[in-house]
Structures are given as C-alpha cells and as structure tokens.
Design a protein around this ligand. Structure first.
Ligand SMILES: [Zn+2]
Length: 119
C-alpha cells in the first residue's frame, strides 16, 4: 500500500496490461497502414482519396494512442519512483476511485478541473 491508500501493485499490473494492449493495437494498425499503401498502387482516384482519408484517421488515432502510451509509461515510472498517486500540480493524494477509472491520471480531481477551465 502507498501513502495514498491504494494497492500500488494492482495499479502497476493494470497499467502494464493497458500498455501491452496499446502496443498490440499499434502493431496491428501498422500492418493495416502498409496494406493501404499496397492497395493505392492499383486503385482509382476516388479510392485513393478514401485511402488517404483512412490514413489521416489512422494517423490521428496513432497519435492519440502514443499520448496514452506516454501517460501510462509515465505512471509506471512514477510507481517506481514512489510518486504514483500524488497530484503533479498540488502534491495531494489523488482519490483512489479516480485512479481506479484512470490509472494514468497525473492530477487530482480539483487540479484536473482547473486545467480544463484554463488549458
Ligand atoms: Zn491537485
């Protein structure tokens, strides 16, 4: 148990599972992107535009996944450093039920609310 009153090993396990799942998706979407490139060489203009649109969407979801992966890796590092479960802005413990929902959360609910109002 950490000072924040949560079972840190459980969260470490959760975070590692999320990280592995994100990595799996990243691998399979890379394969999908390569398939699109192959198809482009032998399809017409309209399909090519569809393919480009699909590629742009894939790029965007890749970017989001990358951000999520970074957060999770950060959280795992924070567990190792004994900082996990504390708000990075005000250093107060983050509520356990908040971490339950979002194990990669870096801010307590108050600071997250403030950050949303003034990004
Ligand atoms: Zn805070």
């Amino acid at each position: 148990m950490s000072a924040a009153g949560i079972d840190i090993e459980l969260f470490r396990k959760k975070l590692m599972e999320q990280r592995d799942a994100l990595r799996d998706v990243a691998d399979s979407s890379r394969e999908a992107a390569q398939t699109v490139e192959l198809d482009q060489t032998r399809v017409g203009r309209v399909s090519r535009m569809d393919a480009l649109q699909a590629q742009a969407m894939a790029k965007e979801s890749n970017r989001r996944r990358e951000v999520a992966l970074q957060r999770i890796q950060n959280a795992i590092r924070r567990i190792d450093e004994g900082e996990y479960g504390y708000c990075t802005a005000c250093a107060e413990p983050i509520a356990a039920d908040r971490l339950e929902v979002e194990p990669g959360a870096l801010l307590c609910i108050e600071c997250a609310g403030k950050a949303e109002q003034n990004p």
